[in-house]
Design a binder for this molecule. Structure first.
Ligand SMILES: [Zn+2]
Length: 321
């Protein structure tokens, strides 16, 4: 997987090429529509060269040349106007006037390049369009209030989950925090993960989301190291990304290979100070049984454990609609 910066630079290069192509096309169009136009431009160019020579040699026809350039420019503008072209129709075209599509202003990244980078960071995150829309301001507590006699308790727990998740999203990189999100299916684990992911992206952090099932499939596939396969690139990204989210651990087919891969991901990322969120429907006991003891001990030692509560909100939503 290529870095967001490389992808953004490539897109900027494409923007430059498209603008240049459009400018050439307009120039050709004007030269065809106005027969004198090309000759006028040649004359302008000659005068420009003369002017430059004059500056270097300190000749005394400087003002004369300057005036003739002005006159030629006036004629050019007049011709364009006669044919109802905008005055700047054949000028260079820039999508960003601030940096003239170079991506940099005084050695710093221009806002247009920053926007392109965040767009590609978002695309690399593998979050679906739906998940990209899940943010903390859409965390609707009332959804948990409809759970019969348990409502008050569920509400209280989910408020804590939301607060903890928000704090995590704001500072996981500072404290090198990790999170194990536990809870039954449909109690909002993916929603909480998406909220954190979107906030992290907003903060300019790189994020990669994947279900455990698909993640280990990618790891299996990368073993064969086939050309044109994107798996090895993704595997590298899984280790490098600022925030890794493994969703639904326990739904994959656990083998020695997947268990070893999981331990390696968890351990390498802890050592590198990179944050990971893992969500699972399994309880802690099953988790320890299914994976190795060393994985369970990493969870206990290095992960904040957060438990969602309540009934399947997707079912509740369905009833309410
Ligand atoms: Zn710019």
């Amino acid at each position: 997987m290529e870095s967001a910066y490389v992808l953004a630079s490539r897109e900027l290069e494409e923007i430059r090429m498209n603008n240049q192509a459009e400018q050439s096309r307009r120039h050709m169009e004007v030269c065809n529509a106005i027969p004198q136009f090309a000759a006028l431009e040649t004359e302008l160019m000659k005068n420009g060269t003369r002017l430059l020579g004059c500056v270097l040699d300190k000749c005394n026809s400087f003002d004369e040349i300057k005036n003739s350039i002005k006159e030629l420019q006036r004629k050019k503008a007049e011709l364009l106007k006669e044919k109802s072209y905008p005055a700047d129709y054949v000028n260079d075209i820039y999508s960003c006037e601030i940096c003239r599509d170079t991506g940099f202003v005084e050695g710093k990244r221009c806002v247009c390049l920053k926007n392109l980078i965040s767009k590609h960071i978002g695309a690399n995150s593998n979050l679906t369009e739906f998940m990209r829309g899940q943010t903390f301001d859409k965390f609707d507590m009332s959804i948990f209030a409809n759970q019969g006699e348990n409502s008050q308790r569920v509400l209280k727990v989910m408020q804590t989950v939301c607060d903890t998740a928000l704090t995590f999203a704001e500072s996981f990189d500072v404290g090198h925090d990790n999170m194990l999100l536990m809870g039954n299916a449909g109690t909002g684990k993916t929603f909480v993960s998406s909220c954190i992911a979107n906030r992290a992206l907003e903060r300019g952090k790189t994020v990669y989301y994947q279900t455990a099932f698909k993640l280990f499939e990618i790891f299996e596939s990368s073993k064969f190291n086939r050309e044109d396969d994107e798996a090895p690139g993704i595997v590298k990204y899984v280790y490098d990304v600022d925030l890794l989210i493994i969703d639904d651990l326990g739904t994959e087919f656990v083998t020695q290979f997947t268990s070893a891969a999981l331990f390696d991901i968890i351990n390498t990322r802890i050592t590198a100070g990179k944050s990971t969120i893992i969500s699972t429907n399994l309880d802690f006991e099953t988790l320890s049984e299914k994976y190795s003891q060393r994985i369970a001990s990493r969870f206990i030692g290095e992960y904040k454990i957060l438990q969602t509560l309540g009934e399947d909100i997707r079912k509740i939503k369905r009833i309410r609609h």
